[in-house]
Design a protein around this ligand. Structure first.
Ligand SMILES: [Mn+2]
Length: 234
């Protein structure tokens, strides 16, 4: 049976639309899953039913997280936020962890995981961390743009057995203080966290890059989707 994997869509108020990046669904389909869109709603009953319906949760890239979630004032360098979506995704993530169902987050998904576990974010990498590594590459996002150093002995090193891995990079925020329970699996050359997981759970796993844009052309990216779907299959 193909596992059902839920995604909370993004919100475009100007266009009166919920939306998801096409490649998220395409990569999940290619990996053997049935992706479904879930309501943007933090109501406990909706959250509980949503979590019950899915075998895994994909937390994709999306607009910036509301800085009050990690105890900071919103600075001018922070981008647009969607608090209703933050609330819905946080509620669902917590419920999935309670049920010990698999969660895979990338880009903002990794950042959200860190914040929920008590970590903080850079609101803007170029102005707060520096420009040694360009984390917001020009399109096309299907091109790999900077290296990450994979930490030996971590689940990421097991999946992708190499010390350095080229990834794409389409983010201006990132992890500042990692949550205490999170184990770091990769860093870029400027020290930024590019991959982490939460031990003690079946699968709570995040990367800072966007493997959906490279899944069709890059084996390592597709490996991340295949492995996630395999874990969701149970
Ligand atoms: Mn990056």
């Amino acid at each position: 049976m193909k596992p059902v994997i839920g995604i909370i869509p993004m919100i475009d108020d100007d266009d009166n639309t919920y939306y998801v990046v096409q490649q998220c669904m395409q990569a999940l389909l290619a990996a053997g899953a049935v992706p479904v869109l879930l309501p943007v709603c933090a109501d406990p009953e909706i959250t509980e039913r949503s979590a019950g319906l899915i075998d895994g949760l994909l937390m994709p890239g999306a607009p910036d997280l509301e800085p009050s979630l990690y105890g900071e004032e919103k600075l001018p360098c922070c981008g647009q936020t969607t608090p209703a979506r933050d609330d819905a995704e946080i509620a669902l993530l917590k419920k999935m962890m309670e049920l010990d169902k698999p969660v895979f987050g990338f880009c903002r998904g990794l950042q959200l995981l860190n914040v929920v576990l008590g970590g903080t974010l850079y609101q803007d990498l170029p102005s707060q961390l520096g420009r040694e590594v360009i984390h917001r590459q020009q399109p096309p996002f299907s091109e790999l743009s900077h290296a990450v150093n994979i930490v030996a002995g971590t689940p990421l090193a097991e999946l992708i057995p190499q010390e350095r891995l080229m990834v794409n990079s389409v983010h201006h925020q990132g992890i500042k203080d990692p949550a205490r329970n999170l184990v770091i699996m990769a860093r870029s050359d400027d020290g930024l966290v590019e991959g982490a997981y939460l031990p003690g759970y079946r699968y709570v796993f995040g990367v800072q890059w966007h493997p959906e844009f490279t899944a069709a052309s890059d084996d390592a990216s597709m490996t991340l989707f295949r492995h996630f779907v395999e874990v969701c299959r149970g």
